[in-house]
Design a protein around this ligand. Structure first.
Ligand SMILES: NC(=O)c1ccc[n+]([C@@H]2O[C@H](COP(=O)([O-])OP(=O)(O)OC[C@H]3O[C@@H](n4cnc5c(N)ncnc54)[C@H](OP(=O)(O)O)[C@@H]3O)[C@@H](O)[C@H]2O)c1
Length: 331
């Protein structure tokens, strides 16, 4: 495995980090606890020492599964990245969206990062994770109802108390990062980035390179699409949010698969799967520090972890980028 430092901090995480959203089942049409734990364990055995989770993933479930997966491992050999600021258990801040929990019960999700809420959330996460510190604590989504300064001051207190090692943000734009930075030194920003979603290249990547901030790329496989396994006509199970995501519209699946067919010979030449080529391309991309990659089971986890063994040289990166120029996503 390769390890990369987050910004100017001392915190080093695995270049491929396990993303534990789908592990919690919520918005992914459910999960299997044993498969999720085995996926995380397999990843760890193959060098993926870092796991990204959040309280909202399965309303506590993902964090609890992380706790089970890392049981027995030396705490300093694992890096836990979690988040705050998405509440399903109170109605403060702004309503993000209406959802259903894993039992089908309606829940309202609020973006809220007030001071007291963060302190409570951190205690709850520590309990669920079975640890006394979090390596990277990130605001999940911007909360427009709380001044960023208030949020960051609360996080600073947690850092002083040793409950978190480093602070990061997620889904922040450059202006929000600059405001946060006035109160504490940020390690990173966790944002969407994949071959089909490169919006951050315009502003955020240049800002993070210039200001020495790490970028944690989320949904690098575009939720499974870039493995090439999704064909037009695909139907998702009940409760799987992907049914409503633009990348899974018929036309976009078709276009993406046409693009994937063009880079498949390169993957074949390397004895790699498309997914592995995609993951390596992501972590090779300028400004991208690590990729957060989700896996439902040990088999997927193994394949994803082994992407680190695939190498892509400058010419090959250029070849892929050239093919991407012809890919236009609609809608
Ligand atoms: N901060 C945020 O707002 C935010 C938002 C999104 C994600 N994230 C983070 O980023 C992580 C990764 O993103 P993601 O889970 O959305 O998407 P992803 O990593 O692009 O895709 C993960 C999904 O793709 C499928 N998959 C993975 N490996 C595969 C393989 N080798 N072969 C075939 N299918 C495979 C699995 O779903 P199926 O088997 O069901 O197809 C898996 O759940 C999350 O877990 C989370 O930690 C953060």
């Amino acid at each position: 495995m390769e390890f990369r430092r987050l910004g100017e901090t001392k915190l080093a995480v695995s270049a491929i980090t396990f993303g534990a959203w789908a592990a919690g089942g919520w918005m992914w049409g459910g999960n299997d606890d044993n498969d999720a734990i085995k996926a995380m364990r397999t990843s760890y055995d193959l060098g993926i020492t870092s796991i990204d989770t959040a309280p909202i993933y399965g309303q506590g479930k993902s964090e609890e599964l992380v706790c089970q997966a890392i049981k027995g491992l030396s705490r300093d050999k694992v890096q836990i990245l979690t988040k705050y600021g998405m509440r399903w258990d109170l109605t403060k801040g702004s309503l993000a969206f209406k959802s259903q929990d894993n039992d089908g019960k309606p829940i309202d999700i609020y973006k809220y990062a007030g001071k007291d809420s963060i302190i409570t959330e951190c205690e709850n996460s520590l309990k669920r994770l079975g640890t006394d510190y979090i390596d990277l604590y990130q605001i999940h989504w911007p909360d427009v109802t709380t001044p960023i300064e208030e949020t960051m001051e609360a996080v600073l207190r947690l850092k002083e108390q040793g409950k978190i090692r480093e602070a990061g943000v997620s889904n922040y734009d450059v202006k929000q990062m600059a405001i946060a930075e006035k109160t504490l030194k940020l390690a990173s920003n966790q944002v969407p980035f994949s071959m089909v979603n490169r919006a951050i290249e315009d502003e955020l990547i240049p800002y993070c390179i210039e200001n020495k901030k790490a970028i944690l790329a989320y949904s690098p496989l575009e939720r499974g699409l870039l493995t090439g396994k999704i064909k037009p006509g695909h139907t998702f199970g009940e409760g799987d949010h992907r049914a409503g995501v633009k990348y899974f519209k018929e036309e976009n699946i078709k276009r993406t698969n046409e693009f994937l067919a063009k880079i498949k010979p390169l993957a074949d030449e390397k004895g790699a799967t498309l997914g592995q080529l995609v993951i390596r391309w992501t972590i090779n991309h300028p400004g991208i520090t690590i990729a957060l990659v989700g896996a439902r089971n040990a088999e997927q986890a193994k394949q994803n972890a082994k992407a680190i063994e695939i190498h892509i040289n400058g010419e090959e990166m250029e070849f892929i980028n050239n093919q991407l120029e012809d890919l236009e996503i609609v809608g």
